[in-house]
Design a protein around this ligand. Structure first.
Ligand SMILES: CC(C)(COP(=O)(O)OP(=O)(O)OC[C@H]1O[C@@H](n2cnc3c(N)ncnc32)[C@H](O)[C@@H]1OP(=O)(O)O)[C@@H](O)C(=O)NCCC(=O)NCCS
Length: 193
């Protein structure tokens, strides 16, 4: 899904961005496959973006190792300015935050987006949209029919734009606890209507 022109002109808060000589050019931001060498940069970005939802660098590393094809970093001139981590998983199962996966299930039926996060000053340029495109392709390649994620910080509206729908349930609510009070479990079906 490409960013529309409006998204490219607005900041994440919806405020129109002023044109300056140093203005961020969205064309400079590129998603590339993540590697173990990016873990420190991912952990540093996570500290800035998710100060209330801390995770250890080794937890990020363990998510990358079994399924690198779901893991990307957003880079601008080699500098990491965001990351997206996804792995095959089972529907309605939510790994607690800051926990090890201990492998991925053999009967995975979805691609679970552990996190997609972009540094504040480069938001609102369609980077999340481009990451969703990448993992949609990835999910289709491995033959799973669903993308799932836990929306935090009231980002449901954003994910709804990309076809994700909130799923409620008391068991899910219990599993969502480590993600904070705004967390919602969301699913996007990739099946043809
Ligand atoms: C969520 C996040 C990754 C989005 O990144 P982004 O590159 O700004 O996203 P996009 O530019 O693709 O966003 C597209 C649309 O979503 C909107 N949007 C972006 N962030 C949003 C937010 N936090 N809440 C609601 N809408 C948001 C944008 O305004 C835009 O809508 P528009 O086209 O109607 O203007 C980024 O805001 C972020 O890192 N947030 C903090 C971490 C986080 O919450 N991650 C999600 C965990 S599930």
């Amino acid at each position: 899904m490409a960013a529309d022109n409006n998204a490219a002109r607005r900041s994440a808060s919806g405020v129109r961005m002023k044109s300056t000589a140093n203005q961020f050019d969205p064309k400079d931001a590129v998603w590339r496959p993540a590697s173990a060498n990016d873990i420190d940069a991912i952990a540093r970005s996570a500290k800035i973006i998710h100060p209330d939802l801390p995770e250890r660098p080794e937890v990020f590393a363990e998510k990358l190792s079994p399924f690198p094809s779901g893991c990307y970093v957003l880079v601008r001139h080699e500098e990491v300015i965001g990351y997206g981590l996804s792995h095959p998983w089972n529907l309605n199962c939510i790994p607690p935050l800051d926990s090890f996966l201990k492998g991925i299930p053999g009967d995975a039926d979805c691609l679970y987006v552990h996190d997609v996060a972009v540094l504040p000053d480069v938001r609102g340029h369609g980077s999340a949209a481009r990451y969703v495109d990448l993992i949609e392709e990835c999910a289709r390649k491995i033959g799973v029919d669903f993308l799932v994620l836990v929306s935090v910080y009231n980002t449901q509206r954003l994910w709804a734009l990309y076809g994700f729908e909130v799923v409620n349930g008391s068991e899910l609510d219990i599993k969502l606890r480590s993600y904070g009070p705004t967390a919602k479990y969301m699913i996007r079906s990739l099946k043809s209507p």
